[in-house]
Design a protein around this ligand. Structure first.
Ligand code: NAP
Length: 275
């Protein structure tokens, strides 16, 4: 996409590592164009998120998306964290208000909306794979809504910490097949571009599942979702959450309703020809 800039153009970006998979710049730049907003959104792949935050404060960078692996890490480095994001313990959206960085979380509401059709309140038993920043948001979205919630994670200590803050159960990844869950949600990066062949759990972990969501959006159909489809499960793709969290970010940054269909079209266009 060719983007015109001038001395008044407002700057936004995304910090994370790796960022090779991200379609956030394409989607946000197209939303700015659609709404006639003079702004540009750039990828800032970094191993040093804290220096990036300092730079954002000092420079006229108006907003940032935050992604893997920094959503939880940056919380303590912000000037203000909105209540829901503070409760979740993860921030995916930063607004720079006069040199003060304000943190928000749009992942949780996006996950809840994406799961609306498959989640039966107080009935569904849920298994969340992963205990990172995205898992915090997904767990928060499910907390109190489903019948039971279990976190499964590679590092037991992280699973235990998240489970304690959510008031739910947890298992190590090696025991994941013992969990009987109707709905399985992958929030780990296992299966994400470019390692698209990988699956985060053995097939047996889906034994009781009727629905599987993978929050990875690149590729559209992850190996986990292909397996779930073969087993007759309903599947929810990562883009369902991705587009909603991006639209909520756009609203927070600009105060305007997001051009959702345009963002979706841009996403679809960008996905064509890439895996
Ligand atoms: P994060 O904070 O770094 O957490 C990653 C989690 O995955 C951790 O629990 C980690 O376990 C686990 N993990 C990492 N590599 C693993 C491996 N090889 N095997 C097993 N477990 C592994 O990252 P995040 O911000 O939560 O993001 C996670 C994924 O979600 C990324 O792919 C990101 O793109 C995607 N995401 C999508 C959306 C969306 O809108 N669709 C929104 C947010 C995130 P340990 O605790 O053992 O390290």
């Amino acid at each position: 996409m060719n983007i015109e800039m001038n001395e008044n153009t407002t700057l936004y970006g995304i910090i994370g590592h790796p960022l090779g998979h991200t379609l956030s710049p394409a989607v946000h730049n197209s939303a700015f164009r659609a709404c006639g907003i003079d702004a540009v959104y750039l990828p800032f792949e970094t191993l040093d998120p804290f220096t990036c935050l300092k730079a954002a404060k000092a420079l006229p960078i108006k907003g940032l998306s935050v992604t893997i692996p920094y959503k939880s890490l940056i919380v303590k480095h912000l000037d203000f964290v909105e209540l829901t994001a503070a409760r979740i313990g993860a921030v995916n959206t930063v607004i720079n208000r006069g040199g003060k960085l304000h943190g928000y979380n749009t992942d949780a509401s996006a996950a809840r909306e994406a799961l609306e059709d498959v989640l039966k309140p107080q009935e569904t038993t849920c298994l969340v794979l992963g205990a990172g920043g995205a898992a915090r948001a997904v767990g928060f979205a499910l907390k109190g809504v489903c019948r039971s919630l279990t976190i499964a994670n590679r590092t037991a200590r992280h699973a235990e910490e998240l489970a304690r803050s959510l008031g739910c159960g947890w298992v190590g990844l090696s025991d994941v097949c013992d969990v009987k869950a109707d709905l399985v949600i992958n929030t780990t990066p296992v299966g994400m571009h470019p390692q698209t062949g990988s699956i985060p759990v053995p097939e047996r972990a889906l034994e009781h599942a009727s629905a599987v969501m993978d929050i990875i959006y690149r590729p559209k159909r992850t190996a986990l979702l292909e397996l779930a489809e073969r087993k007759g499960c309903r599947t929810i793709r990562g883009e369902e959450m991705f587009l909603r969290q991006a639209a909520a970010q756009f609203r927070l940054w600009t105060g305007f309703e997001a051009p959702f269909e345009r963002m979706k079209d841009t996403f679809e266009g960008a996905m064509k020809g890439i895996k």
